[in-house]
Design a protein. Structure first.
Length: 109
């Protein structure tokens, strides 16, 4: 580096640092221009949270009815049939084809 440029080296470095930080402030992950993306992700996460809370509440109710002090015979029978794969002789069983076989043109993909 030439001798006459040495006094400006620190100024040039600081200028480049300010430019870099300014660009990151605008276009970075948390920058000013990425606000709509963050808002969309936040809305998606809130919807997922609401769905998970609903599932948890449903599971808590099912667990409450499966406890010994408040046993629900209907729920117990339903769970036993699902887990063991049994059905009552008076039940009608309707078999549904797999989703890939039911979709036209799925074999060609």
């Amino acid at each position: 580096m030439p001798e006459r440029m040495k006094p400006y080296a620190l100024s040039a470095f600081l200028f480049l640092l300010v430019v870099y930080l300014g660009v990151q402030a605008l276009t970075g992950e948390r920058g000013l221009l990425s606000g709509s993306t963050r808002d969309a992700r936040l809305a998606e996460s809130e919807a997922q949270l609401a769905s998970l809370k609903e599932q948890r509440a449903d599971l808590e109710i099912r667990v409450r009815y499966l406890k010994a002090d408040s046993l629900s015979r209907d729920l117990l029978e339903e769970r036993a049939r699902v887990v063991l794969g049994f059905s009552d002789p008076r039940d009608y069983v309707i078999r549904v084809a797999a989703a890939s076989a039911a979709t036209p043109g799925a074999e060609h993909s």
